[in-house]
Design a protein around this ligand. Structure first.
Ligand code: SF4
Length: 160
């Protein structure tokens, strides 16, 4: 009788196992620079960069908006998502996110600049209501217009 057992190490893409540490290759790259390049010494540089105007108007500016809500959690998912939030919770989150973007838009690095790329990811951006989405988008476009953006991405889940 042959042994059909296979040694399958758990990995975040196919298990619900929590990993104690984030290592290269153990998660999607969800931010830039990736976690593996973060270090304590660089943290102090962030405010300095935000307070310095962009070196050139030709440098394209992109914005990623994380919408961490889903109808239900898929087994293979290892993103940070919530499935138990109501309309009021979601609205609170969108308000806070819009306020954060309004604050950043006043920083010298971003002031007066238009967006070249906008990415709504999650989570499930299509889970939020049209009313909330319109209010949210209107607020952001007031401070960071994207009428001439080259790309706008909006992730959807078929059920929503
Ligand atoms: S819809 Fe996407 S983000 Fe939401 S739980 Fe499923 S895989 Fe994760």
């Amino acid at each position: 009788m042959s042994d059909h057992s296979v040694d399958v190490s758990p990995e975040p893409a196919t298990s619900l196992q929590d990993w104690k540490e984030t290592e290269i290759g153990s998660v999607f790259v969800s931010n830039y620079p990736p976690y593996s390049f973060w270090n304590e010494g660089a943290v102090k540089d962030v405010p300095k960069i935000l307070d310095t105007p962009s070196p050139s108007e030709d440098i394209p500016l992109g914005l990623y908006l994380h919408i961490p809500f889903c109808r239900k959690r898929c087994k293979f998912c290892y993103f940070k998502v919530y499935t138990d939030k109501n309309a009021s919770d979601i609205r609170g989150y969108l308000d806070a996110l819009a306020t954060e973007i309004e604050n950043y838009s006043q920083k010298p690095r971003f002031r007066g600049r238009c967006l070249h790329f906008v990415y709504f990811g999650g989570g499930t951006p299509s889970y939020i209501s049209a009313k909330h989405l319109i209010e949210f988008v209107d607020r952001i476009k007031r401070v960071m217009p994207w009428d001439r953006a080259e790309e706008v991405v909006f992730e959807c889940e078929p059920g929503t």
